[in-house]
Design a protein around this ligand. Sequence first.
Ligand SMILES: [Zn+2]
Length: 352
Amino acid sequence: MTLREIIGQETAVSWLGRALAQNDVPQSLLFTGPSGVGKVSTALALAAAVACKARQGTDACGNCVECRRISENEHPDVVRIAPDGETTKIWQLWTRQGHPDGALETLPFAPVASPMRHYILERAETLNDESANSLLKALEEPPPYVRFILCASSRDSVLPTILSRCRSIPFTSVPTDQIASALMSGKSVDPETAMLLARWADGSPGRAFRAAADGAPLADRERILDIADRLSRSPAVAALRLAEELRGGGGKKSKSDSDSDDAPTRGDVGRSVDVLASWFTDLLRVAVRGPGVPLLNPGPMERAVAAAECYSADELVRCVETCFDFRHHLARNANAAIATEVLLMKLVPAGN
Ligand SMILES: [Zn+2]
């Protein structure tokens, strides 16, 4: 992974490039931004730029043994710390009885293969108070050969005491067309599929690239659209079974999932509901502007027209809003299973 390969984070990447050129990269960094936009990838690229044996300017070469070890997660001086379940726990950082060695126990020892050791906390918003407080001293005065890169969903999601000890760098959602053109040039994806994947990826280049590689999410998308289509012709009582089906598939995570900052089940349910939201947006477009209007989703226009006829335009507006509300509640820790059932019951046409 190299800094020049990071898509859509020009501000963050050029800032890091300048800091590298001046040999002035802070030792405690906080990358903030939405899930999957490239925070962890950028952290790895920064670690590579430092460890690389054949640097190109200030960036890593991407090919030498150090670079390869970093992209294969096998570099001894790049330590990735992802949450255990929903939280990053104290024993993951510091050795506690009955657990494997804490990742930060290597802090007093010099790195072995790179001038610096990088500790990457992949989801710093999941640090509990105990873990966060245990980090403060290390963040304040890291050994000269250590850099911490904390990745978090927002500045507000970490304790102020952490925030004040780190240089914070914002990451942003990547525009759909930028992801699409990266897919076309980098993965030779045809323009139509590229746009589809880019929209599905919702600002996350990593998600789009993984989808382009395995194709499964497109199949999953079709599965969800099929459920949505059946929903339009179903009685309310069928919504429970369809909710179960909706949760059942879910995009599986690949091993190469370097930006693992979306919790599996919740993230999958959330993305399924995003597909539902785009489905109802399509139906609303058809209802208001008639067949022939461009759709967000692939599939036969007749299907969208037939489904749109099952709802009134007001109902379709409410359905889109309901999907967005669901996303909001899910982010605030609603029980995913129950919430999905309630959601689908609300999405059944009133007349069914
Ligand atoms: Zn290299």
